[in-house]
Write a protein that binds this ligand. Structure first.
Ligand code: RIB
Ligand code: CA
Length: 311
């Protein structure tokens, strides 16, 4: 039976392909999508999530907007990476419905508590909505199988030298989630930087879905300009691939803390891989990626449900 999942996201080019993976692979049943401010402002991330779902024909998947800013920080968007719309590149002119008239936290509570089997929550943006959910409706953990989040790193960061964007945007939310009594998996930059959309991958995408190829071409230019990457790392779909098949993303158990007070390191995930601190393990931490298996799963899912007109 397909695994029930909910995706909380901030589309975002990589969030967009993660949504397509979840919609296209029959092993998952996408119960709903919630959006958060991060890569762009909440109105833009919400509209982008709706556009991708509409293009994928996933008209039955409810979308609810959540937090329009982090718990404490001011919002700093990533327009340098995702553009002013949050999904720059192709013209995504598709009609979208009004989002469901409840806050993301209410939709999450409803979908989780009413699900027939425990739900996996996949968080692909700052953890603001997830933290608000856990604090507002702690009872949801009774029917929450696990939280799998793209964020953090066992090595260096991207938003700051040691901070990854989702964690740096809302460190307090990350701290709340990392302390929650719920199975957690961290899919960090140390692994997602292995998921590089090479020219060959983008060429394969172009044959399946020109729109996805245009999204990746913009993303590639942005990563080349900002980080000197020859090819862009596709962060968020790695978290969905892990839920589909854990062998694609090997993990180890480790204690993770998030730095809240470091002048230069606020938002850094401190992962005690060698258990030097005596802190208890609180998460599974991604440490590797089966790159071929990852791209096979992603390209097959998009092939199942190509958005836009294949060439
Ligand atoms: O650091 C990468 C993460 O931050 C990805 O989820 C990307 O979409 C942004 O949200
Ligand atoms: Ca994201």
């Amino acid at each position: 039976m397909a695994e029930p999942v909910i995706i909380d996201c901030d589309p975002g080019h990589d969030d967009a392909l993660a949504l397509l993976l979840a919609v296209g692979d029959p092993r998952l049943r996408l119960l709903g999508v919630t959006t958060v401010a991060g890569n762009q402002t909440l109105d833009k991330t919400t509209r982008n999530a709706q556009k991708i779902l509409a293009l994928a024909g996933a008209h039955d998947v409810p979308v609810a907007a959540g937090a329009d800013r982090p718990l404490v920080n001011e919002l700093t968007v990533a327009a340098d990476i995702h553009g002013e719309s949050g999904l720059d590149g192709p013209d995504l002119d598709v009609p979208v419905p009004v989002p469901v008239g409840v806050h993301a936290v209410e939709l999450l509570r409803k979908l989780i508590t009413e699900a027939e089997s425990p739900v996996t929550l996949i968080a692909l943006g700052p953890l603001t909505n997830v933290a608000l959910l856990l604090r507002t409706f702690p009872e949801v953990t009774a029917n929450l199988r696990r939280i799998v989040f793209m964020g953090g790193s066992t090595t260096r960061g991207n938003s700051t030298p040691y901070g990854e964007f989702n964690m740096v945007t809302d460190p307090e939310a990350a701290d709340i989630v990392l302390r929650a009594p719920i199975p957690l998996t961290m899919i960090g930059l140390n692994v997602t930087h292995l998921a590089l959309a090479t020219d060959e991958i983008i060429a394969e995408l172009r044959a399946i879905s020109p729109i996805c190829a245009e999204l990746m071409t913009f993303f590639a230019d942005a990563y080349r300009r900002n980080f000197g990457f020859p090819h862009p790392p596709l962060h968020d779909p790695v978290a969905v691939a892990y839920v589909l098949d854990q062998t694609i993303v090997p993990t180890v158990r480790a204690p993770i803390s998030v730095e809240l007070t470091g002048v230069y390191t606020r938002g850094a995930t401190v992962v005690d891989l060698h258990h030097r601190t005596g802190r208890p393990d609180n998460a599974d931490v991604a440490v590797d990626l089966d790159v071929n298996a990852f791209w096979t799963v992603l390209l097959n899912a998009i092939r199942q449900n190509p958005i836009g007109n294949p060439a």
